[in-house]
Design a protein around this ligand. Structure first.
Ligand SMILES: O=C(O)[C@H]1NCC[C@@H]1O
Length: 344
């Protein structure tokens, strides 16, 4: 039977679904109104203020779920960018997303958003809200594969900051930036293990840390105030010294959303932190494993740079994304739940 659209009213939202290390990415192909704004950052403000109901339609139940993640492709004001992108999740709009860049790199080549793919790698310049991210997509015999990307300058913002965390007392955290700001804590501080503990316990501890840092530490970013907020907390296994063994972490971001992947922007921030502490050298590759699914990314600092007054590094992260399907979503006017809902 041929697929036909059911009864509906209004625009049909069409998407391609992928996952990177288990973390979903819903790439929006059509159905969105024009996103106004001269820059990718101002487009991010525009969708937040004027089109947020569409985020809920696509991210929330019944079409999505609590931990759904999305990407909306937009025009970029940077001439060398192949595409601009806005990221969305259960609470709003992120400034950087590594798992999405890994998926979008493949998608951009497969859906011909770049001219003339090159073997063995095709470069795709993706303008994220945090800045230009260069992705390199494996390409041979017409097929796309793994993706590595060079992120925006990443830096340790503050180390050994003590905050008072509700339910846990004083906790010492590091705060680092990898396109978004994260707090980092060894899960042992909460008697938890990122690979074995219940997800709910990891989420509770990480969320308490996020709330504490958000209210007690003032963040700033040298290039834009839009970037100066804490995106989430990453609990680690504490294995930050260089080793050829993988190190595990779990990222809890936005509104207690759990990343299934090792978190590309988190790996970027964690590598910057390890480099800042003298625990790794340039070009020493580490493997980062998701405590949630066991999926892996690699990460290394490849170059020293600056970001305003911060000593920063360019970090390369690599991983693999897969397609899971395509969908067309419709709405019916008498459906009271059409705008989406979440269960807490
Ligand atoms: O890989 C990343 O960077 C992202 N995954 C979900 C949370 C982060 O934005």
């Amino acid at each position: 039977m041929e697929m036909q659209l059911p009864p509906h009213e209004g625009d049909v939202l069409s998407v391609v679904d992928m996952h990177t290390g288990g973390e979903p990415l819903r790439i929006i192909l059509g159905g969105y109104p024009e996103v106004r704004g001269d820059t990718v950052l101002s487009k991010r403000r525009h969708v937040r203020e004027h089109l947020d109901q569409l985020r809920k339609v696509l991210m929330y139940e019944p079409r999505g779920h609590y931990d759904m993640y999305g990407a909306l492709i937009v025009d970029s004001e940077i001439p060398e960018a192949d595409l601009g992108v806005l990221f969305m999740h259960n609470e709003g709009y992120s400034t950087m997303c590594g798992h999405a860049v890994i998926a979008l790199g493949r998608f951009a080549v497969d859906y011909k958003l770049v001219k003339e793919p090159q073997s063995p790698e095709t470069q795709v310049n993706i303008h994220c809200p945090c800045g230009l991210v260069k992705a390199f997509v494996e390409y041979s015999a017409g097929k796309t594969g793994g993706v590595r990307f060079l992120s925006v300058p990443a830096f340790a913002f503050a180390t050994d900051v003590t905050v008072t965390v509700e339910g846990f007392g004083e906790v010492t955290v590091d705060v680092s930036y990898g396109g978004a700001f994260y707090a980092f804590v060894d899960a042992q501080r909460f008697n938890l293990d990122v690979t074995k503990s219940r997800t709910r316990d990891l989420v509770d501890a990480a969320t308490a840390v996020t709330n504490a840092v958000r209210s007690q530490v003032k963040l700033h970013h040298p290039t834009s105030d839009d970037l100066a907020f804490l995106y989430g907390t990453i609990l680690t296994d504490g294995k930050d010294g260089f080793s050829s063994e993988p190190t595990s972490n779990v990222c809890v971001f936005a509104e207690a959303q759990v990343d299934r992947s090792p978190t590309g922007s988190g790996v970027t921030a964690r590598v910057a932190l390890q480099y800042h502490k003298g625990l790794i050298q340039l070009n020493q590759t580490r493997t980062f494993q998701s405590g949630a699914t066991g999926s892996q990314f690699t990460g290394k600092a490849v170059e020293e740079t600056r970001c305003g007054d911060f000593r920063a590094v360019v970090v390369e992260v690599a991983g693999r994304a897969f397609y899971t399907g395509v969908s067309r979503f419709v709405q019916e006017p008498d459906d009271k739940l059409t705008h989406g809902f979440l269960l807490n």
